[in-house]
Design a protein around this ligand. Sequence first.
Ligand SMILES: Nc1nc2c(ncn2[C@@H]2O[C@H](COP(=O)(O)OP(=O)(O)O)[C@@H](O)[C@H]2O)c(=O)[nH]1
Ligand SMILES: [Mg+2]
Length: 223
Amino acid sequence: MKVIKPKSGEIFDIELEESLLRKNRELAEENKKIFNQYGIKAIDILGSIGSGKTTLICQLIKKLKKDYKIGVIAGDLTTEIDANLIKKNGAKVVQINTGKECHLDAKLVNEAIKNLPLKEINLLFIENVGNLICPAEFPVGAHYRIVIFSSTEGPYTVIKHPHIFKEADMVIINKIDLAKKMGVSLIKLKKDIKKIKPSIPIVEMVAKKGKGIEKVVKFLKNA
Ligand SMILES: Nc1nc2c(ncn2[C@@H]2O[C@H](COP(=O)(O)OP(=O)(O)O)[C@@H](O)[C@H]2O)c(=O)[nH]1
Ligand SMILES: [Mg+2]
């Protein structure tokens, strides 16, 4: 089948895009410096809308709030639903509404940091905007990236989004309670992930019930 792909030089604003990405990387390094200065471990959580990011963060807060002072930056296009949910679990939360932007960037996260009591936090979760494509190229300064997707997204999530999996430090396959109903093979999904990044830890999860959460807790404690 004929496949149309962009040729080099075809996209007129390629220089603009490169300088944007460069500037974002510089700002991400600045954010990381701030995190390090305050002794904060920062975790960027990426996944599609409905994959379970907020559920995961709420479960992690429950498990970790005894040992850590937790903050959350909640990214969303327009709503404050997630931030309000997370607040109920007792973490310090800042909401970023990106409007039309399909990812967080280092500048927005820098603004959010200014609104967090950094001295009172030593573990920060950043819930990125629900998307497996745009956030891949925009580091925000976090020390680790966790990618979460669910079995309900179908059998091709991994092979269709190789970039985001390449950038991940841990992958969570969520909603495994629905895998059979969806006709999705967990073995195949894990093979797809390992093909992209052989060394990556993979966790099978039912975030709603807290199943698999201990593995993430252990990862974060050792991180
Ligand atoms: N069946 C099932 N539902 C889940 C699971 N984890 C989360 N959900 C539900 O999926 C929906 C979306 O979850 P949410 O955490 O808001 O996703 P987000 O958009 O990535 O933040 C909610 O209704 C959750 O209760 C799971 O493991 N199994
Ligand atoms: Mg959410």
